[in-house]
Every structure is written in structure tokens, then in C-alpha cells.
Design a protein around this ligand. Structure first.
Ligand SMILES: Nc1nc2c(ncn2[C@@H]2O[C@H](COP(=O)(O)OP(=O)(O)OP(=O)(O)O)[C@@H](O)[C@H]2O)c(=O)[nH]1
Length: 283
């Protein structure tokens, strides 16, 4: 299975990010809690230089809570501030302001020593496509926020969202590109739906996901669909098709449709909260 992306967009996005990073104190990086490493682009570590760093384990509602905790610990050990969030419901969002202040403590102290008081921290949200950047910004900013920008002293063309007296957020998130060269990474991104399905073989992808879950969460598929659960992933698709009466017009089992349904169920959390990669594989 091969995955592709569009190199032109990547270069432009990287350039924009390099320009924007100069303006900010803190990088808020969203990752998908189900695949916290595969949904990052390690280039951000180099681009970010000395900036304060906050990692948000977003879509934490779709990942296993036990593994969310372990991943939080993993990133903290690497020197990041970390918060688990569900940007859709707003869970975890309230604690962010305090964490931002802590993450930027050095900068705030430095300012204070120079006699600069109450200069807001400036932050930028970054992450791969579909990780939830817009949802997060809306959730954090809420309705009460006012857009600043295009005023004297504010960089022309940049829009800042004033979250409160202490924090301003660049209103356009930075798009990072995942590491598609690694086929394992590409596969996981496809599982969570971050690569367009049209360029992928749905049945093959569903079979791969079934294979992967049979190792990490062996009973989940069986329980969800109340099936015996064969060793062969294509047989599992057949079992699901039978249970769901997923048939073609000619009355045959419609495995293509079943595969799409299965992937939708997984992505929507109907199979339960499932994490697809684990910290011990990245130590
Ligand atoms: N379950 C769940 N869904 C989420 C969460 N955050 C975002 N989503 C959903 O994920 C999808 C993508 O969210 P967006 O905010 O559009 O993602 P984005 O990173 O701005 O995407 P691009 O514009 O492609 O860069 C939407 O369907 C959101 O509703 C979350 O914490 N939990």
C-alpha cells in the first residue's frame, strides 16, 4: 500500500511556519492521542529551537485512558508540558491557561527582570491536518475572544486572538506534514482517517487495522460485533458483513461496504477507546 501527499504544499507550510515561529514564545503542538508519535512531524523540534513547548494529546476521548496517562508521562520526561484534551467537548481545556503560564515561566521572569510587566505570552498552534487545530482554537478562545492585529505595533497581516490578559494566540494554525516516507506511519494515519480514503484500498486498510487490533486489543472487534473472530482479517470482515447483513444488490456479502463501515466505526470510537501505538516502542 502506498501513501502520497503534495510536496508543494509542504514547502509552503514549512516556510510559513518558519516565519511565524519568530513571533511567538510558545508552540502548542496537537497530536492525536491514538498515535502520538506518528501524528507528529519531528521537524518541529528543530524549527521550535528554544521556544517553550506544550503538547496536547487531543482526541483523548478516542484513546485508552491508561495509555493517555503513559503518553503524558513519556512526553513530560522529554521536557514538554503536556495536557490531555478533548477539543470537541472542551474537556481539559480549562487547565490550559495555567499550564501555558508555567511553560513560559522563564520568559515571564526574564521580562520581569527587564522591567517588562504584563506582556502577554504569544503562542501558535501547530499540528498535522485533521488533528483538531481549528476545533481546539475555537474551544480555547470561546466566543468572548476579540481579534487583535493590524494595529500599530502588531505585525501587519497577522491576526492574534487575545485569550486573556496573559495569552495571545496566532489565529492561523501551522500545518505540519506527517512523515509519509515511513509506511507504518502512513498506515496509522490512514487508520485514523487523516489520509483521504480515495487513494487507499479500503478492504486492505480495514484488514490491516483488524490485524493490528488483534495484537493490541484482541477482544475489541469480537465484542463490538458479537462475532467468533477468525485469525484471518478478511474472514473477520466476512463475519461482520454477515452480522450486519451487509449485502450487495445481488445478495452477496458486500465486503467493500463492510470495510468502510468498520473503519467508520473505529474512527468514531464505536469499537471503544483504542490506542494504536505505545511509549515502550519509542524509548
Ligand atoms: N472525538 C474528537 N473529535 C475531535 C476532537 N478534536 C477535533 N475533533 C474532530 O476532528 C475533525 C478535524 O478537526 P479540525 O479542527 O477541522 O482539524 P484541523 O487540524 O483544523 O484540520 P485542518 O484544517 O485539515 O488542518 C473534526 O471532525 C473535529 O470535530 C477531539 O478532541 N475529539
Amino acid at each position: 500500500m502506498h501513501f502520497q501527499w503534495y510536496p508543494g504544499h509542504m514547502t509552503k507550510a514549512k516556510r510559513m511556519m518558519q516565519e511565524n515561529i519568530k513571533l511567538i514564545d510558545l508552540i502548542i503542538e496537537l497530536v492525536d492521542a491514538r498515535i502520538p508519535v506518528s501524528s507528529r512531524n519531528p521537524d518541529i523540534d528543530e524549527l521550535g529551537g528554544q521556544k517553550a513547548r506544550l503538547i496536547l494529546l487531543n482526541k483523548s476521548d478516542l484513546a485508552s485512558e491508561r495509555w493517555n496517562e503513559k503518553w503524558e508521562q513519556y512526553f513530560k520526561e522529554k521536557g514538554f508540558s503536556v495536557v490531555r484534551v478533548n477539543s470537541r467537548s472542551g474537556a481539559g481545556i480549562k487547565s490550559i491557561n495555567k499550564v501555558i503560564q508555567e511553560a513560559c515561566r522563564e520568559k515571564i521572569d526574564r521580562d520581569r527582570k527587564r522591567g517588562i510587566l504584563n506582556r502577554p505570552v504569544r503562542a501558535m498552534v501547530v499540528g498535522i491536518p485533521n488533528v483538531g487545530k481549528s476545533t481546539f482554537i475555537n474551544s480555547l478562545a470561546g466566543k468572548a475572544c476579540a481579534k487583535t492585529g493590524n494595529k500599530p505595533g502588531v505585525t501587519k497581516g497577522k491576526q492574534w486572538i487575545r485569550l486573556n490578559k496573559q495569552v495571545e494566540l496566532l489565529d492561523t494554525p501551522g500545518i505540519l506534514w506527517p512523515k509519509f516516507e515511513d509506511q507504518e506511519v502512513g498506515k496509522k494515519l490512514a487508520f485514523i482517517g487523516s489520509i483521504k480514503d480515495e487513494i487507499l484500498n479500503t478492504m486492505e486498510l480495514a484488514a490491516e487495522l483488524i490485524r493490528s487490533l488483534s495484537k493490541s486489543a484482541p477482544d475489541q472487534v469480537k465484542h463490538t460485533y458479537d462475532i467468533a473472530g477468525s485469525e484471518d482479517p478478511y474472514e473477520v470482515l466476512r463475519e461482520i458483513a454477515e452480522k450486519k447483513h451487509c449485502l450487495t444488490k445481488g445478495g452477496e456479502l458486500d465486503l467493500e461496504k463492510t470495510a468502510a463501515l468498520f473503519l467508520d466505526d473505529f474512527r468514531g470510537g464505536k469499537l471503544g477507546r483504542l490506542t494504536l501505538e505505545f511509549p515502550e516502542d519509542y524509548r
